[in-house]
Ligand binder design. Sequence first.
Ligand code: HAM
Length: 399
Amino acid sequence: MSLVEERARAVAHRYNFTEIRIPLLERIQLFVRSTGETSDIVEKQMYAFADRDEGETMVALRPEGTPGVVRAYVEAGLDRSDPEQRLFYSGAMFRRERPQKGRYRQFFQFGVEVLGRADPACDAELLMMSAELCGDLGLKVRFEINSIGDPSCRPAFRAALIEWGRAHWDQLCDDCHSRLERNPLRLLDCKIDAKLAESAPNSLDYLCDPCRVHFDTVKELASAGGVELVVNPRLVRGLDYYTRTAFEVMGDGLGAQSTVVAGGRYDGLVETMGGGAVAGIGFAIGVDRMALALQAASLVPTTAPDAAIIALGPAAMRQAIVVARRLRAANLSVEMLSPERKLKALLGRASKIGARFAVIIGEDELARGVVQLRDLKQSAQREVALAEAAGAIAAASSS
Ligand code: HAM
Protein backbone atom coordinates (compact mmCIF):
# COMPACT_ATOMS: atom_id res chain seq x y z
CA MET A 1 0.00 0.00 0.00
CA SER A 2 2.71 2.48 0.94
CA LEU A 3 4.59 1.71 -2.27
CA VAL A 4 1.51 2.66 -4.31
CA GLU A 5 1.08 5.86 -2.32
CA GLU A 6 4.76 6.75 -2.58
CA ARG A 7 4.77 6.35 -6.35
CA ALA A 8 1.47 8.20 -6.69
CA ARG A 9 2.91 11.12 -4.75
CA ALA A 10 5.96 11.15 -7.01
CA VAL A 11 3.75 11.20 -10.12
CA ALA A 12 1.56 13.94 -8.59
CA HIS A 13 4.73 15.94 -7.98
CA ARG A 14 5.82 15.53 -11.60
CA TYR A 15 2.44 16.88 -12.73
CA ASN A 16 2.62 19.81 -10.31
CA PHE A 17 -0.20 18.84 -7.93
CA THR A 18 -0.43 20.13 -4.35
CA GLU A 19 -1.75 18.10 -1.42
CA ILE A 20 -5.07 18.92 0.23
CA ARG A 21 -6.24 17.29 3.48
CA ILE A 22 -9.99 16.85 3.56
CA PRO A 23 -12.17 15.87 6.55
CA LEU A 24 -13.14 12.27 7.21
CA LEU A 25 -16.52 13.42 8.49
CA GLU A 26 -18.82 15.72 6.54
CA ARG A 27 -22.47 16.71 6.61
CA ILE A 28 -24.45 14.09 4.78
CA GLN A 29 -25.93 16.76 2.52
CA LEU A 30 -22.57 17.25 0.86
CA PHE A 31 -22.66 13.73 -0.58
CA VAL A 32 -26.38 13.79 -1.33
CA ARG A 33 -25.88 16.92 -3.44
CA SER A 34 -22.70 15.87 -5.21
CA THR A 35 -22.25 12.09 -5.36
CA GLY A 36 -25.99 12.01 -6.04
CA GLU A 37 -29.24 11.01 -4.43
CA THR A 38 -29.73 8.15 -6.87
CA SER A 39 -26.19 6.77 -6.65
CA ASP A 40 -25.68 3.44 -4.85
CA ILE A 41 -23.24 5.22 -2.54
CA VAL A 42 -25.83 7.64 -1.20
CA GLU A 43 -28.80 5.27 -1.43
CA LYS A 44 -27.25 2.38 0.47
CA GLN A 45 -23.56 2.61 1.25
CA MET A 46 -22.94 5.59 3.51
CA TYR A 47 -22.03 5.29 7.17
CA ALA A 48 -24.29 8.11 8.36
CA PHE A 49 -25.53 9.10 11.77
CA ALA A 50 -26.97 12.02 13.73
CA ASP A 51 -24.48 14.25 15.52
CA ARG A 52 -25.12 15.14 19.16
CA ASP A 53 -25.42 18.85 18.39
CA GLU A 54 -28.69 20.73 18.95
CA GLY A 55 -30.00 20.18 15.45
CA GLU A 56 -28.85 16.55 15.42
CA THR A 57 -27.10 17.29 12.14
CA MET A 58 -26.74 14.20 9.95
CA VAL A 59 -23.11 13.50 9.22
CA ALA A 60 -21.36 10.78 7.21
CA LEU A 61 -17.94 9.19 6.96
CA ARG A 62 -16.63 10.19 3.54
CA PRO A 63 -17.38 7.55 0.90
CA GLU A 64 -15.21 9.39 -1.65
CA GLY A 65 -12.96 12.46 -1.81
CA THR A 66 -14.22 14.60 -4.68
CA PRO A 67 -17.10 16.32 -2.79
CA GLY A 68 -14.83 17.33 0.11
CA VAL A 69 -12.27 18.84 -2.26
CA VAL A 70 -14.90 20.81 -4.15
CA ARG A 71 -16.50 22.00 -0.90
CA ALA A 72 -13.13 23.23 0.40
CA TYR A 73 -12.40 24.91 -2.94
CA VAL A 74 -15.71 26.79 -2.95
CA GLU A 75 -15.51 27.67 0.76
CA ALA A 76 -12.06 29.17 0.26
CA GLY A 77 -13.44 31.30 -2.60
CA LEU A 78 -10.89 29.86 -5.03
CA ASP A 79 -13.54 29.56 -7.75
CA ARG A 80 -13.37 33.36 -7.99
CA SER A 81 -9.92 34.30 -6.75
CA ASP A 82 -7.73 31.58 -8.25
CA PRO A 83 -9.87 29.04 -10.10
CA GLU A 84 -7.15 26.86 -11.64
CA GLN A 85 -6.10 24.32 -9.03
CA ARG A 86 -4.38 20.94 -9.17
CA LEU A 87 -4.96 19.09 -5.93
CA PHE A 88 -4.37 15.58 -4.61
CA TYR A 89 -5.49 13.75 -1.46
CA SER A 90 -4.85 10.40 0.09
CA GLY A 91 -6.69 8.50 2.79
CA ALA A 92 -9.43 6.20 4.01
CA MET A 93 -12.92 6.11 2.50
CA PHE A 94 -15.93 4.21 3.85
CA ARG A 95 -18.73 2.41 2.02
CA ARG A 96 -21.10 -0.19 3.39
CA GLU A 97 -20.60 -2.71 0.60
CA ARG A 98 -20.62 -6.49 0.72
CA PRO A 99 -16.95 -7.21 1.41
CA GLN A 100 -15.06 -9.44 -0.98
CA LYS A 101 -11.58 -9.59 -2.50
CA GLY A 102 -10.69 -6.02 -3.49
CA ARG A 103 -13.87 -4.55 -2.00
CA TYR A 104 -13.78 -3.38 1.58
CA ARG A 105 -15.86 -1.21 3.88
CA GLN A 106 -12.83 0.88 4.74
CA PHE A 107 -10.49 1.30 1.82
CA PHE A 108 -7.87 3.77 0.66
CA GLN A 109 -7.90 6.14 -2.25
CA PHE A 110 -5.30 8.41 -3.74
CA GLY A 111 -7.23 11.00 -5.72
CA VAL A 112 -6.44 13.99 -7.90
CA GLU A 113 -8.73 16.82 -8.91
CA VAL A 114 -8.11 19.59 -11.46
CA LEU A 115 -10.40 22.57 -11.18
CA GLY A 116 -10.74 25.39 -13.67
CA ARG A 117 -9.72 23.45 -16.79
CA ALA A 118 -12.40 22.59 -19.36
CA ASP A 119 -10.03 21.80 -22.23
CA PRO A 120 -9.50 18.23 -23.51
CA ALA A 121 -5.71 18.48 -23.01
CA CYS A 122 -6.39 18.29 -19.29
CA ASP A 123 -8.38 15.04 -19.67
CA ALA A 124 -5.54 13.60 -21.74
CA GLU A 125 -2.97 14.61 -19.15
CA LEU A 126 -4.88 12.86 -16.37
CA LEU A 127 -5.06 9.70 -18.49
CA MET A 128 -1.30 9.96 -19.02
CA MET A 129 -0.82 10.47 -15.32
CA SER A 130 -2.68 7.26 -14.43
CA ALA A 131 -0.82 5.38 -17.16
CA GLU A 132 2.48 6.65 -15.84
CA LEU A 133 1.70 5.50 -12.33
CA CYS A 134 0.74 2.00 -13.50
CA GLY A 135 3.88 1.94 -15.66
CA ASP A 136 6.08 3.03 -12.73
CA LEU A 137 4.66 0.21 -10.65
CA GLY A 138 5.15 -2.28 -13.49
CA LEU A 139 1.42 -3.07 -13.71
CA LYS A 140 -0.20 -4.20 -16.93
CA VAL A 141 -3.55 -2.44 -17.25
CA ARG A 142 -6.32 -1.70 -19.74
CA PHE A 143 -7.85 1.75 -20.16
CA GLU A 144 -11.53 2.10 -21.01
CA ILE A 145 -13.04 5.46 -21.88
CA ASN A 146 -16.42 6.87 -22.80
CA SER A 147 -18.20 10.19 -23.07
CA ILE A 148 -21.54 10.45 -21.35
CA GLY A 149 -22.33 13.88 -22.81
CA ASP A 150 -23.32 17.07 -21.05
CA PRO A 151 -26.60 18.71 -19.96
CA SER A 152 -27.37 19.72 -23.52
CA CYS A 153 -27.18 16.25 -25.10
CA ARG A 154 -27.70 13.87 -22.19
CA PRO A 155 -31.49 14.39 -21.88
CA ALA A 156 -32.02 12.82 -25.33
CA PHE A 157 -29.81 9.84 -24.38
CA ARG A 158 -31.63 9.50 -21.08
CA ALA A 159 -35.01 9.54 -22.82
CA ALA A 160 -33.82 6.87 -25.27
CA LEU A 161 -32.69 4.68 -22.39
CA ILE A 162 -36.03 5.06 -20.63
CA GLU A 163 -37.83 4.11 -23.80
CA TRP A 164 -35.58 1.07 -24.28
CA GLY A 165 -36.05 0.11 -20.63
CA ARG A 166 -39.82 0.25 -20.92
CA ALA A 167 -39.71 -1.86 -24.07
CA HIS A 168 -37.61 -4.48 -22.21
CA TRP A 169 -39.37 -4.17 -18.84
CA ASP A 170 -40.06 -7.91 -18.49
CA GLN A 171 -36.41 -8.78 -19.01
CA LEU A 172 -35.01 -6.22 -16.56
CA CYS A 173 -33.94 -7.19 -13.05
CA ASP A 174 -35.53 -5.64 -9.93
CA ASP A 175 -32.66 -3.20 -9.51
CA CYS A 176 -33.04 -2.00 -13.07
CA HIS A 177 -36.79 -1.50 -12.58
CA SER A 178 -36.06 1.07 -9.92
CA ARG A 179 -33.14 2.56 -11.89
CA LEU A 180 -35.31 3.10 -14.95
CA GLU A 181 -36.94 6.33 -13.79
CA ARG A 182 -34.45 7.43 -11.14
CA ASN A 183 -31.11 6.92 -12.87
CA PRO A 184 -31.55 5.29 -16.29
CA LEU A 185 -27.83 5.55 -17.19
CA ARG A 186 -27.18 2.88 -14.60
CA LEU A 187 -29.19 0.40 -16.69
CA LEU A 188 -25.95 -0.02 -18.63
CA ASP A 189 -24.17 -0.99 -15.46
CA CYS A 190 -26.41 -3.99 -14.75
CA LYS A 191 -24.23 -6.79 -13.46
CA ILE A 192 -27.09 -9.28 -13.60
CA ASP A 193 -27.84 -9.06 -17.30
CA ALA A 194 -24.88 -7.46 -19.05
CA LYS A 195 -25.88 -9.16 -22.33
CA LEU A 196 -29.24 -7.42 -22.39
CA ALA A 197 -27.56 -4.04 -21.75
CA GLU A 198 -25.61 -4.54 -24.98
CA SER A 199 -28.77 -3.87 -26.96
CA ALA A 200 -29.42 -0.58 -25.12
CA PRO A 201 -28.76 2.80 -26.78
CA ASN A 202 -25.24 4.06 -26.25
CA SER A 203 -24.15 7.53 -25.23
CA LEU A 204 -21.78 8.12 -28.15
CA ASP A 205 -24.68 8.10 -30.62
CA TYR A 206 -26.26 11.00 -28.75
CA LEU A 207 -23.29 13.36 -28.24
CA CYS A 208 -23.74 16.97 -29.32
CA ASP A 209 -21.03 18.46 -31.54
CA PRO A 210 -19.00 20.14 -28.77
CA CYS A 211 -19.02 16.90 -26.71
CA ARG A 212 -18.00 14.85 -29.74
CA VAL A 213 -15.13 17.21 -30.59
CA HIS A 214 -14.02 17.16 -26.95
CA PHE A 215 -14.08 13.35 -26.86
CA ASP A 216 -12.20 12.97 -30.16
CA THR A 217 -9.54 15.43 -29.04
CA VAL A 218 -9.08 13.66 -25.68
CA LYS A 219 -8.51 10.37 -27.50
CA GLU A 220 -6.10 11.94 -29.98
CA LEU A 221 -4.05 13.74 -27.32
CA ALA A 222 -3.97 10.75 -24.97
CA SER A 223 -2.74 8.60 -27.82
CA ALA A 224 -0.02 11.20 -28.59
CA GLY A 225 0.85 10.93 -24.89
CA GLY A 226 1.32 7.16 -25.22
CA VAL A 227 -1.95 5.96 -23.63
CA GLU A 228 -3.75 3.15 -25.42
CA LEU A 229 -7.48 3.59 -24.96
CA VAL A 230 -10.36 1.23 -25.57
CA VAL A 231 -13.66 3.02 -26.16
CA ASN A 232 -16.42 1.37 -24.16
CA PRO A 233 -19.73 3.03 -25.02
CA ARG A 234 -21.40 1.18 -22.10
CA LEU A 235 -19.11 2.71 -19.51
CA VAL A 236 -21.19 4.84 -17.17
CA ARG A 237 -20.02 5.76 -13.72
CA GLY A 238 -21.97 5.11 -10.55
CA LEU A 239 -21.65 8.69 -9.30
CA ASP A 240 -24.04 11.36 -10.54
CA TYR A 241 -21.76 14.33 -11.14
CA TYR A 242 -19.97 13.17 -14.27
CA THR A 243 -20.14 14.96 -17.62
CA ARG A 244 -18.37 14.11 -20.87
CA THR A 245 -15.22 12.04 -20.19
CA ALA A 246 -15.53 8.94 -17.99
CA PHE A 247 -12.76 6.38 -17.68
CA GLU A 248 -11.70 3.28 -15.80
CA VAL A 249 -8.42 1.43 -15.61
CA MET A 250 -8.53 -2.33 -15.15
CA GLY A 251 -5.79 -4.53 -13.70
CA ASP A 252 -5.19 -8.29 -13.89
CA GLY A 253 -5.60 -10.91 -11.19
CA LEU A 254 -8.29 -9.10 -9.23
CA GLY A 255 -11.39 -11.12 -10.05
CA ALA A 256 -14.63 -9.15 -10.12
CA GLN A 257 -13.17 -6.00 -8.57
CA SER A 258 -10.69 -5.23 -11.33
CA THR A 259 -10.99 -1.44 -11.58
CA VAL A 260 -7.87 0.06 -10.02
CA VAL A 261 -8.38 3.68 -11.13
CA ALA A 262 -11.57 5.50 -12.07
CA GLY A 263 -12.55 9.06 -12.80
CA GLY A 264 -13.96 11.60 -15.16
CA ARG A 265 -15.07 15.14 -15.80
CA TYR A 266 -17.60 16.93 -13.57
CA ASP A 267 -18.09 20.35 -15.13
CA GLY A 268 -21.28 21.31 -13.24
CA LEU A 269 -20.26 20.22 -9.74
CA VAL A 270 -18.67 23.44 -8.50
CA GLU A 271 -21.84 25.32 -9.40
CA THR A 272 -24.03 22.71 -7.70
CA MET A 273 -21.97 23.28 -4.57
CA GLY A 274 -22.68 27.02 -4.66
CA GLY A 275 -19.57 28.12 -6.58
CA GLY A 276 -19.03 29.68 -10.00
CA ALA A 277 -19.19 28.02 -13.40
CA VAL A 278 -15.86 26.26 -13.10
CA ALA A 279 -15.00 22.98 -14.83
CA GLY A 280 -13.53 20.02 -12.99
CA ILE A 281 -12.01 16.62 -13.66
CA GLY A 282 -10.23 14.00 -11.59
CA PHE A 283 -9.68 10.38 -10.77
CA ALA A 284 -9.07 8.18 -7.75
CA ILE A 285 -6.76 5.24 -7.43
CA GLY A 286 -8.02 2.31 -5.37
CA VAL A 287 -4.85 1.87 -3.34
CA ASP A 288 -5.86 -1.50 -1.83
CA ARG A 289 -6.72 -2.91 -5.25
CA MET A 290 -3.55 -1.58 -6.80
CA ALA A 291 -1.56 -3.30 -4.02
CA LEU A 292 -3.47 -6.55 -4.67
CA ALA A 293 -2.71 -6.31 -8.37
CA LEU A 294 0.99 -5.84 -7.56
CA GLN A 295 0.91 -8.90 -5.34
CA ALA A 296 -0.86 -10.96 -8.00
CA ALA A 297 1.86 -9.98 -10.48
CA SER A 298 4.63 -10.65 -7.92
CA LEU A 299 5.71 -7.03 -8.19
CA VAL A 300 5.94 -6.27 -4.50
CA PRO A 301 9.59 -5.70 -3.65
CA THR A 302 10.58 -7.71 -0.60
CA THR A 303 12.17 -5.74 2.18
CA ALA A 304 15.33 -7.29 3.48
CA PRO A 305 17.98 -5.73 5.72
CA ASP A 306 21.56 -5.20 4.60
CA ALA A 307 22.77 -6.81 7.81
CA ALA A 308 21.64 -8.87 10.79
CA ILE A 309 23.78 -8.38 13.88
CA ILE A 310 24.57 -11.35 16.04
CA ALA A 311 26.06 -10.81 19.49
CA LEU A 312 27.35 -13.88 21.29
CA GLY A 313 27.21 -13.09 25.01
CA PRO A 314 26.26 -10.03 27.08
CA ALA A 315 29.61 -8.23 26.72
CA ALA A 316 29.46 -8.49 22.94
CA MET A 317 25.93 -7.05 22.98
CA ARG A 318 27.23 -3.63 23.99
CA GLN A 319 29.63 -3.67 21.05
CA ALA A 320 26.85 -4.92 18.76
CA ILE A 321 24.74 -1.90 19.67
CA VAL A 322 27.62 0.40 18.73
CA VAL A 323 28.11 -1.43 15.42
CA ALA A 324 24.38 -1.27 14.61
CA ARG A 325 24.40 2.45 15.26
CA ARG A 326 27.35 2.97 12.92
CA LEU A 327 25.82 0.92 10.14
CA ARG A 328 22.50 2.76 10.38
CA ALA A 329 24.36 6.09 10.32
CA ALA A 330 25.76 4.91 6.98
CA ASN A 331 22.10 4.51 5.87
CA LEU A 332 22.20 0.72 5.94
CA SER A 333 19.17 -1.28 7.04
CA VAL A 334 20.05 -3.33 10.11
CA GLU A 335 18.23 -5.74 12.42
CA MET A 336 19.74 -6.69 15.77
CA LEU A 337 18.96 -10.32 16.54
CA SER A 338 18.07 -11.58 20.00
CA PRO A 339 21.19 -12.55 21.97
CA GLU A 340 19.30 -15.33 23.73
CA ARG A 341 19.75 -17.94 21.02
CA LYS A 342 22.61 -20.10 19.73
CA LEU A 343 24.74 -19.08 16.72
CA LYS A 344 23.20 -21.70 14.41
CA ALA A 345 19.65 -20.56 15.16
CA LEU A 346 20.67 -16.93 14.75
CA LEU A 347 22.24 -17.59 11.34
CA GLY A 348 19.03 -19.35 10.37
CA ARG A 349 17.05 -16.31 11.42
CA ALA A 350 19.38 -13.97 9.49
CA SER A 351 18.79 -16.01 6.32
CA LYS A 352 15.06 -16.11 6.94
CA ILE A 353 14.75 -12.31 7.04
CA GLY A 354 16.82 -12.14 3.86
CA ALA A 355 19.80 -10.28 5.35
CA ARG A 356 22.68 -9.92 2.93
CA PHE A 357 25.25 -10.10 5.75
CA ALA A 358 25.44 -11.49 9.25
CA VAL A 359 27.74 -9.42 11.45
CA ILE A 360 28.97 -11.72 14.20
CA ILE A 361 30.55 -10.41 17.40
CA GLY A 362 31.78 -12.82 20.09
CA GLU A 363 34.14 -12.40 23.08
CA ASP A 364 37.19 -12.88 20.87
CA GLU A 365 36.06 -10.31 18.24
CA LEU A 366 35.25 -7.91 21.03
CA ALA A 367 38.77 -8.17 22.49
CA ARG A 368 40.41 -7.63 19.10
CA GLY A 369 38.11 -4.82 17.82
CA VAL A 370 36.93 -6.81 14.77
CA VAL A 371 33.74 -8.45 13.51
CA GLN A 372 33.07 -11.56 11.44
CA LEU A 373 31.29 -10.58 8.28
CA ARG A 374 29.38 -13.49 6.79
CA ASP A 375 28.07 -12.95 3.26
CA LEU A 376 24.86 -14.98 3.37
CA LYS A 377 24.36 -14.81 -0.38
CA GLN A 378 27.77 -16.21 -1.20
CA SER A 379 28.28 -18.27 1.97
CA ALA A 380 31.71 -16.67 2.53
CA GLN A 381 33.05 -15.26 5.77
CA ARG A 382 35.88 -12.85 6.52
CA GLU A 383 37.11 -10.81 9.43
CA VAL A 384 37.08 -7.01 9.15
CA ALA A 385 38.06 -4.24 11.53
CA LEU A 386 35.15 -2.65 13.36
CA ALA A 387 35.63 0.66 11.59
CA GLU A 388 35.53 -1.00 8.17
CA ALA A 389 32.32 -2.99 8.58
CA ALA A 390 29.96 -0.30 7.30
CA GLY A 391 32.08 0.40 4.22
CA ALA A 392 32.42 -3.30 3.38
CA ILE A 393 28.65 -3.91 3.65
CA ALA A 394 27.74 -0.77 1.73
CA ALA A 395 30.15 -1.68 -1.09
CA ALA A 396 28.77 -5.22 -1.39
CA SER A 397 25.13 -4.10 -1.12
CA SER A 398 25.48 -1.60 -3.94
CA SER A 399 27.35 -4.03 -6.22
P1 HAM B 1 -15.07 5.40 -7.58
O1 HAM B 1 -15.16 4.69 -8.91
O2 HAM B 1 -16.24 5.30 -6.70
O3 HAM B 1 -14.75 6.91 -7.90
O4 HAM B 1 -13.79 4.88 -6.79
C1 HAM B 1 -12.50 4.96 -7.36
C2 HAM B 1 -11.72 3.69 -7.09
O5 HAM B 1 -11.68 3.44 -5.68
C3 HAM B 1 -12.33 2.44 -7.67
O6 HAM B 1 -11.99 2.27 -9.02
C4 HAM B 1 -11.69 1.36 -6.81
O7 HAM B 1 -10.37 1.07 -7.28
C5 HAM B 1 -11.62 2.04 -5.46
N1 HAM B 1 -12.74 1.59 -4.62
C6 HAM B 1 -14.02 2.04 -4.64
N2 HAM B 1 -14.77 1.37 -3.71
C7 HAM B 1 -13.96 0.49 -3.11
C8 HAM B 1 -14.12 -0.49 -2.06
N3 HAM B 1 -15.29 -0.66 -1.44
N4 HAM B 1 -13.04 -1.23 -1.70
C9 HAM B 1 -11.85 -1.07 -2.30
N5 HAM B 1 -11.63 -0.15 -3.28
C10 HAM B 1 -12.66 0.61 -3.69
C11 HAM B 1 -14.60 7.87 -6.95
O8 HAM B 1 -14.53 7.67 -5.77
C12 HAM B 1 -14.44 9.28 -7.52
N6 HAM B 1 -14.34 10.22 -6.40
C13 HAM B 1 -13.23 9.35 -8.43
C14 HAM B 1 -13.05 10.70 -9.03
C15 HAM B 1 -12.22 11.67 -8.59
N7 HAM B 1 -13.76 11.18 -10.04
C16 HAM B 1 -13.37 12.43 -10.25
N8 HAM B 1 -12.47 12.75 -9.38
